[in-house]
Design a protein around this ligand. Structure first.
Ligand code: C2E
Ligand code: MG
Ligand code: MG
Length: 640
């Protein structure tokens, strides 16, 4: 109990005792002492005054003590408030969190020291401004709208927000904003407390990196790779695409670790990573699954062959020695390949199958690749081999051009020839273009190949013309792959210039499907080729799906009826109908018409009757070397 309270109680007690004493004096002692009633009444009146005076004095004393008591109390509260304010100011200033206070209109009225440290702004630069000054531009208007709504409805908001420091740097904050209300519930201020969480974010990123990337090589680890394979598989399934997963394992890597130590082993793994990265195209995921095992994920490879070719490329690339500390190390690897959707329907299965294929590759004697299915392995290997051999064949002049005569059915004389490429393989003999043209197309060798055939054919034609052979054209096939490239006309012009053949003697054969791949581009290309002065024909006509409207727009001079329709002549009703229709169509469009694959006299006869102008086929002559052509050959096919 305080002294003041004690004093006030004492005064009250004194006043109580005084009252009792006065009652005793007035009501008992005075009547005993004064018998005279007149004097008694006078004495009682006098004592009444005295009582009044004493009471007033007591009340005055009590009141002044009470006031003193209350005054001290008020002072004490003021002192306490002051102390609280000092405390709050100290906390406000020493806290590591930035504090910003605005008035009800959102105008900044207060910031603390941490605010200045975090944002880089001084107090006088921001007072009177609005917090929108710090916007980073990372959040849209919706974000701020939601934030204000929450503050107004719930009285507070907290969350992550990106703001801009004075130096322009954008950084993340964790911010809590509260509205402050007066006694009547009206908002007077808003207080925002925030901390700079960029370092937390950085650590989070670092942690995520550690969890998903291999520390030694910096490559994605198994966890991230599986995740990516999963996503790629979902994407591939949705878009009806393919996936190839390669697991690469270094052969006998343990020997390096055992003989040269783990430090060298680590260096080798890093060097292998660099080598593999350089060998792979962008957009292909390379990961280290652990130890000496790497994995590659290829999205939408065109064929199994592309994956096999890539595997072969990686094996070849790894075969180059690794130079570490002036020491050459030779490494080989084995690769297992699994394909989606052929081999597996889930990413996990894809990885398992690639592992199985890897095991297979290792058991085959290492330094090789294997596909999950053996049949595919053999097929892909054959194609990869063929690509390598074809490359060599072009360089070493193993290719030949054969010519097949084209007869005028009416005169029966040879009017032109078609150049057909042949491959004189040293071991396998003559390889058919049906086998190696697709390989050349997939490997990109087709451009060189076609260019070579075109050059040979033009040269040969010049020679025949010089020798006085009556020939009106040499036809050369052009791959559909080259049609989608814009520079075909330049290439052809160059060959014509080099060989000196007059363009009117050259005819280029384009398949219907080449035109259908990208009709507009193809038609444009055809016009450019026509401007060179050469002729164009559509090969294998009837097997594609070109619309008549499009055919009309093509600057083409000849249709070659596909041999598939000629084969059934002259009996097959459907073939008769189709061939008759094509001949009529060509005539209506002002084109010449040629039938391929004539093997019998009655086919030739039938075609002549239907007014087909030109014919080509074994019955007339097979494709043969230039010097073997008998220019006088004019077989009789009309029934005798
Ligand atoms: P194509 O242009 O339709 O050539 C006609 C094919 O039919 C040739 O096959 C020819 O030997 C064959 N042939 C000719 N007469 C008969 C016959 O009476 N009966 C049968 N069954 N077949 C006959 P080849 O030489 O094997 O060529 C196949 C295809 O390869 C060609 O079809 C052509 O599309 C392509 N090709 C050939 N040489 C080249 C070339 O230099 N470049 C390009 N890009 N493709 C070529
Ligand atoms: Mg042809
Ligand atoms: Mg053909």
């Amino acid at each position: 109990m305080s002294t003041i309270t004690r004093d006030a109680l004492k005064t009250a007690l004194l006043y109580g005792l005084l009252s009792i004493f006065w009652l005793v004096v007035c009501d008992y002692l005075l009547p005993l002492l004064i018998a005279d009633s007149g004097q008694l009444a006078h004495a009682q009146l006098m004592s009444g005054y005295v009582w009044l005076a004493l009471s007033a004095l007591a009340i005055y004393l009590a009141r002044s003590q009470l006031l003193a008591f209350m005054g001290v109390k008020a002072n004490a509260r003021r002192d306490q408030d002051m102390q609280h304010l000092r405390l709050a100011a100290a906390v406000f200033d020493s806290t590591l969190e930035g504090v910003l206070v605005t008035d009800a209109n959102g105008v900044i009225v207060h910031v603390n020291r941490a605010f200045m440290e975090i944002t880089g702004y001084q107090q006088d630069e921001v007072l009177g401004m609005r917090p929108s000054k710090f916007k980073s531009g990372r959040h849209g208007p919706d974000f701020y709208e939601r934030m204000y709504k929450t503050i107004l409805s719930a009285g507070q908001w907290s969350g992550e927000i990106w703001n801009r420091r004075k130096n322009g740097e954008i950084y993340p904050q964790w911010q809590s904003i509260r509205s402050i209300k007066d006694d009547k519930g009206a908002i007077t201020h808003f207080a925002a407390v925030f901390s700079d969480i960029s370092s937390i974010k950085r650590s989070e990123r670092e942690l995520a990196h550690l969890a998903h990337y291999d520390a030694l090589t910096g490559l994605p680890n198994r966890l991230l790779f599986s995740d990516r394979a999963e996503q790629a598989q979902t994407h591939a399934r949705r878009n009806k695409q393919t996936l190839a997963l390669l697991v690469i394992d270094l052969d006998h890597f343990q020997h390096i670790n055992d003989s040269l130590g783990h430090a060298v082993g680590d260096q080798v793994l890093k060097a292998v990573t660099e080598r593999l990265t350089a060998l792979l195209e962008n957009g292909v995921t390379l990961a280290r699954l652990g130890g000496d095992e790497f994995a590659v994920l290829i999205e939408n490879p065109q064929q199994a062959m592309q994956a096999a070719e890539l595997a072969q490329g990686l094996l070849d690339g790894l075969r180059e020695p690794f130079v570490l500390d002036n020491q050459s190390l030779f490494l080989t690897a084995s690769i297992g390949i699994s394909l989606f959707p052929n081999d597996a329907l889930s990413a996990e299965q894809l990885l398992r199958n690639a592992d199985a294929a890897l095991f297979h590759a290792k058991s085959q004697g290492r330094e090789s690749y294997a596909l999950y299915t053996e049949q595919l392995t053999a097929h892909a290997q054959r194609r990869v081999e063929l690509t390598g051999e074809l490359r060599r064949a072009i360089a070493q002049n193993e290719l030949r051009v054969f010519y097949q005569p084209i007869h005028n059915l009416l005169t029966r004389r040879i009017e032109g020839v078609e150049a057909l490429v042949r491959w004189q393989h040293p071991q396998r003999g003559m390889v058919s273009p049906g086998e190696f043209i697709p390989v050349a197309e997939q490997s990109g060798l087709i451009a060189d190949l076609d260019n070579w055939v075109l050059t040979q054919a033009c040269r040969q034609m010049c020679q025949w013309l010089n020798e006085g052979v009556q020939l009106s054209f040499v036809a050369v096939n052009v791959s559909s792959r080259l049609f989608s490239r814009g520079d075909l006309d330049h290439r052809v012009a160059r060959v014509l210039a080099e060989t000196g053949l007059a363009p009117g003697y050259l005819e280029l054969e384009v398949t219907e499907s080449a035109v259908m791949d990208d009709p507009e581009q193809a038609i444009e290309q055809m016009h450019r080729l026509r401007e060179l002065g050469l002729k164009l024909s559509i090969d294998d006509f009837g097997t594609g799906y070109s619309s008549l409207l499009r055919l009309k727009r093509m600057p083409v001079q000849k249709l070659k009826i596909d041999q598939g329709f000629v084969a059934g002549l002259p009996e097959d009703e459907d073939d008769i109908a189709i061939v008759t229709a094509i001949i009529a169509l060509a005539q209506a469009m002002g084109m010449r018409v040629l039938a391929e694959g004539i093997e019998q006299a009655d086919q030739a006869h039938f075609l002549l009757q239907k007014q087909c102008e030109l014919g080509q086929g074994y019955w007339f002559a097979r494709p043969m070397p230039a010097e073997q052509i008998d220019w006088q050959h004019a077989p009789v096919f009309a029934p005798v």
